[in-house]
Design a protein around this ligand. Structure first.
Ligand code: BG6
Length: 485
């Protein structure tokens, strides 16, 4: 792979995301020979640190991620990892960062290619982007790219404002809005599954599919991100971005080509074709204390850093209808929550039952739907359930599975961040989110962030409030998750 030499500046260098995801992903790429010593990292942050101290922090991050880099990692750090303090973030501080980038480019013979990665809390985005722009850091001799983590805005209005702000200094072609779900192998595989296997595409419609469910459940609570999460909640944190992406990939039409623009167009068409979400199709919840894996866990309101009496939802479920020829009338149910019984991301496609029961002479014989379960994580797999005749007498039908497991077929899957970092370096925007897509998604999900919506209670360690089950029971359905191995 030909990666042009460049400097990759990480804003928020001592933060959690940099430590847990970005630095380990970089080292994986380096150790695997995907990037060379001419990819220079500059950590930038408020903290005063020397290059050497940042290298130590980098090595610690690798160890925490289970990567014992040994001498190789130390050598990589010395050659490729640097730090620049931004102090209070004054124009002078950014001026000094610019000088440092120039110096490093000269020393390493890099033709001015720059990537600016904002691994920062969202309220810091506007000022840092403004500072990068005002200091002229993006106006170097080569190309400049800006990488922004989610959430992009906190509603439609703020997302539009942020888009205008970013566009003052960066063209849409050089903006990489991250939704790390798009970097997951199993999420990318949704395109292959649907568009490389003719068998499924012909039944992928309202005539053959009864309904679709998407569950993104986590057993963790808010961990060390109480401040951010309390201001965001489940819809802003997971639905407007990650689930919206899964939803579009699983329902969109075949794009004209396998490239960013064509795929983005189809995703936007789906987001714009979903009927406005009515309040009766939204269920919000917040967890109380409970038990997960036999361990007592506190309620959301007892977590450190959560404001007293907070009404932030930690669970959300929504019923949607896509108003297109392909999907008219097929309900799509999505849900996400913290402190659920397990961590799992699954798409469940429930097919129509056979129109007539050929086996009506068998006592008690009811035909079931075929169900396709796509487990995106963990235990990455596909499972298609179908009925077989149980050998022997009496004549009985029994459900069984076709099963495909990623781990059995491929072993370790690369982390989403490895894929995304490489794509940023090569300039491939296929797995990133366009300005219009972000705005279409906010527009769609705005009814679900209405602060007047009721927030029901659920005990930690359960699948959310009872009302979320009712959302499906009304239609004669029930939530389904497949247990991992
Ligand atoms: C992040 C959310 O985007 O995704 C977190 O902000 C959430 O709240 C995380 O825990 C889940 O990601 P993954 O890859 O572990 O499913």
């Amino acid at each position: 792979m030909n990666i042009p030499s460049h400097i990759f500046t990480i804003f928020g260098a001592s933060g959690d995301l940099t430590r847990r995801k970005i630095l380990p992903a970089f080292y994986h790429l380096f150790a695997g020979g995907m990037i060379g010593p001419d990819c220079i990292i500059v950590g930038a942050g408020r903290k005063k640190m020397t290059d050497e101290e940042f290298r130590e922090l980098t090595l610690e991050a690798l160890l925490e991620a289970g990567l014992d880099g040994g001498e190789g990692a130390a050598k990589w750090c010395t050659g490729c990892v640097f730090y620049q303090c931004l102090g209070e973030g004054s124009p002078e501080d950014y001026g000094r960062l610019g000088e440092r980038l120039d110096e490093l480019e000269n020393a390493h013979n890099i033709p001015g290619n720059r990537i600016f990665y904002l691994a920062l809390p969202p309220d810091a985005f506007p000022s840092v982007i403004g500072n990068i722009g005002e200091a002229g850091l993006s106006g170097s001799a080569g190309w400049s790219r800006l990488v922004i983590e989610k959430p992009f805005g906190r509603d439609l209005e703020s997302a539009m404002k942020l888009n205008d702000h970013v566009h003052r200094w960066f063209d849409e072609d050089s903006i990489y809005r991250i939704d790390h779900y798009l970097g997951k192998e199993t999420v990318q595989n949704l395109l292959v599954f649907r568009f490389a296997n003719a068998m499924f595409e012909s039944v992928w419609n309202r005539d053959r599919i009864d309904h679709i469910q998407i569950t993104v459940a986590e057993s963790l609570g808010v961990e060390r991100r109480a401040g951010y999460y309390d201001a965001a909640g489940a819809v802003r944190d997971m639905i407007q971005n990650h689930i919206a992406q899964l939803l579009t990939l699983i329902t969109m039409e075949v794009p004209a080509a396998f490239e960013a623009g064509s795929i983005m167009q189809e995703k936007i068409k789906i987001l714009r074709s979903i009927m406005p979400i009515r309040p009766e199709n939204i269920v919000l919840g917040q967890y109380d204390a409970g038990k997960i894996d036999g361990k007592e866990v506190p309620g959301f309101l007892e977590e450190d850093g959560i404001s007293a009496g907070s009404a932030t939802p930690t669970f959300a479920a929504v019923r949607l209808y896509i108003d297109t020829w392909r999907w008219k009338g097929t309900p799509i149910y999505i849900r996400t929550g913290k402190r659920m019984p397990a961590k799992t991301t699954q798409i469940v496609v429930v097919f129509e039952r056979p129109p007539v029961c050929f086996f009506q002479t068998i006592e008690g014989c009811a035909l079931r739907s075929n169900v396709l379960n796509i487990t995106l994580q963990p235990d990455e797999s596909f499972t298609l359930s179908f009925d077989v005749k149980k050998p022997g007498e009496p004549f009985t039908l029994e459900p069984h599975d076709f099963h495909f497991s990623y781990a059995d077929a491929f072993g370790r899957l690369p982390d989403a961040y490895e894929t995304l970092l490489l794509d940023i370096m090569t300039g491939d925007q296929t797995l990133f989110v366009h300005a219009d897509e972000v705005e279409a998604s906010w527009k769609l999900f705005e009814p679900a962030i209405d602060p007047d919506l009721p927030v029901a209670r659920y005990a930690a360690g359960t699948w959310g409030p009872g009302k979320a089950a009712e959302l499906l029971i009304r239609d004669g359905h029930s939530w389904s998750v497949r247990k991992g191995r």
